[in-house]
Design a protein around this ligand. Structure first.
Ligand code: PHE
Length: 450
């Protein structure tokens, strides 16, 4: 029997879980969505959904994980009282694992680009023109090389286990990320044109708030950003000490996650308007703000390019920031199948990490070879459809299937006054009814009702 790892401290857990949550979804996805969904209106809806929908589901994952001390498949089986619910548990757990594997396989490709763009700031500086061009041009060879480099880094950290790998590296990388982002915000805010960006970002256009597309995108963003529905938070929850107050821990993670997303918006949206001021086109032919990869890999580098010598340094900091954020998230994704292999298949962690890592690299390769066909499709199927649906199933578990007493006992560890708390008065009903209904309605709107 392998001894289960545990985070060594409260802060260690918070940094690791915040590291899992804060990723490309915050620094790329969020500002991009803000750009394409009417600025401040999206920010507002996203914040409401993060605390009204995503936080309660985060609590479901953390609580089930800590109670069961197991990966998602094992945990859902453990809290299932009947044969059928056990089967549903196995299905949900395996589905989550499949989804996280697919998410990691596209995520590692994007993360590889971040490393390539980071290196480009150095090679450009050193006058290696051809090499620079290879780094920034979209090519199969470039994509493969950097995806493999990133994936190896990821595997190397996960090999080391919970405290030595995940916690240690998240605790080192997360503060670095915060410092980089704040420095960049301050710098960009001083540039001409930034003020207009701040206005677009902070003043919501209320007429857009109930736009169904905006609501669905904001829900997807909230789920993706808090890493829900794939068992990543569940497994991190299983490494939390029984002395900790879970609702407080969960709230810290949700606050840090949305805080960093908001900060990333303060960087990217003003940066776009600075770029416009410098002559870069930031609107598409249809009048919308440029978003997605064109925003991160065209507009932003053009901005750095227009800043002269300092632009190179700022560019390096920016892409380093992206790579770090991607790495701490990828660690948590890889941990999901690795923990399953270690716990359910009795393989050593080292072996499991390399085997699973290699399998995911193969999927990344398949995506890279069929990029046009698969890349957006995999993103859509995993993040837009699967994550909310698994979130729904997790609510069904916590609200309808798992015994309430066990739920209360688990939450009361680390918080003796739980039964009388406001959290316990609201959350169980909320997870039982409100969250599943919201998810279903949104789902209906996005898939069937368009
Ligand atoms: N939350 C991460 C991000 O915002 C992505 C992620 C999804 C991480 C699912 C783990 C599991 O980039």
């Amino acid at each position: 029997m392998n001894k289960r790892g545990q985070f060594s401290s409260r802060l260690g857990f918070i940094l690791a879980a915040a590291g899992a949550a804060v990723g490309l979804g915050n620094i790329w996805g969020f500002p991009t969505q803000v750009a394409s969904n009417g600025g401040g209106a999206f920010v507002l809806v996203y914040l409401v959904l993060t605390f009204a929908l995503a936080y309660p589901i985060l609590m479901v994952e953390l609580t089930i994980g800590r109670f069961a001390q197991a990966n998602m498949v094992g945990a859902l089986q453990k809290i299932s009282p009947t044969k059928w619910t056990r089967k549903l548990g196995t299905f949900t757990g395996l589905w989550g694992m499949l989804v996280v594997t697919l998410i990691l396989s596209f995520y590692a490709i994007i993360a590889g680009w971040m490393i390539a763009y980071f290196l480009n700031t150095i090679t450009q500086f050193s006058g290696l023109v051809e090499f620079s061009a290879w780094l920034v041009d979209f090519s199969l060879s470039r994509n493969i090389v950097f995806c493999v480099i990133f994936s190896c880094l990821n595997v190397a950290i996960v090999c080391k286990g919970v405290t030595e790998g995940i916690e240690r590296w998240s605790s080192r990388l997360m503060p670095m990320l915060l410092i980089l982002i704040v420095v960049l915000i301050i710098y960009v805010a001083t540039l001409d044109g930034a003020a207009q960006g701040w206005r677009v970002y902070l003043v919501p256009d209320f007429s857009k708030i109930l736009d169904p597309q905006l609501l669905v995108s904001a829900m997807g963003q909230a789920f993706f950003s808090l890493s829900l529905g794939v068992g990543a938070m569940l497994i991190y929850g299983s490494y939390v000490s029984k002395q900790e107050n879970l609702p407080e821990l969960g709230a810290s993670v949700a606050l840090i996650d949305s805080g960093i997303a908001i900060l990333a918006g303060m960087l990217i949206i003003p940066a776009m308007y600075v770029a416009q001021h410098n002559g870069v086109t930031i609107f598409t032919e249809t009048g919308d703000l440029i978003d997605g990869d064109r925003l991160i890999f065209k507009v932003i580098p053009q901005l750095f390019g227009s800043m002269g010598a300092i632009g190179n340094l700022i560019g390096a900091a920016f892409f380093l920031l992206m790579a770090i954020a991607a790495l701490t998230s990828s660690i948590s994704m890889l941990e999901v199948p690795v923990a399953y292999a270690v716990e359910s298949r009795n393989i050593t962690r080292h072996k499991a990490a390399w085997l699973v890592g290699a399998g995911i690299m193969v999927i990344s390769l398949i995506i890279m070879f069929n990029f046009e066909l698969l890349f957006s499709l995999v993103i859509k199927v995993t993040t837009e459809y699967s994550q909310p649906m698994i979130g729904f199933l997790l609510c069904v578990y916590a609200g309808w299937i798992w015994h309430r007493n066990e739920l209360l006992t688990e939450l009361s560890r680390g918080c003796t006054t739980m039964e009388a708390s406001l959290f316990w008065k609201i959350w169980p009903y909320y997870v039982r009814i409100v969250c599943p209904v919201i998810i279903l309605v949104m789902f209906y709107k996005s898939v069937i009702g368009r």
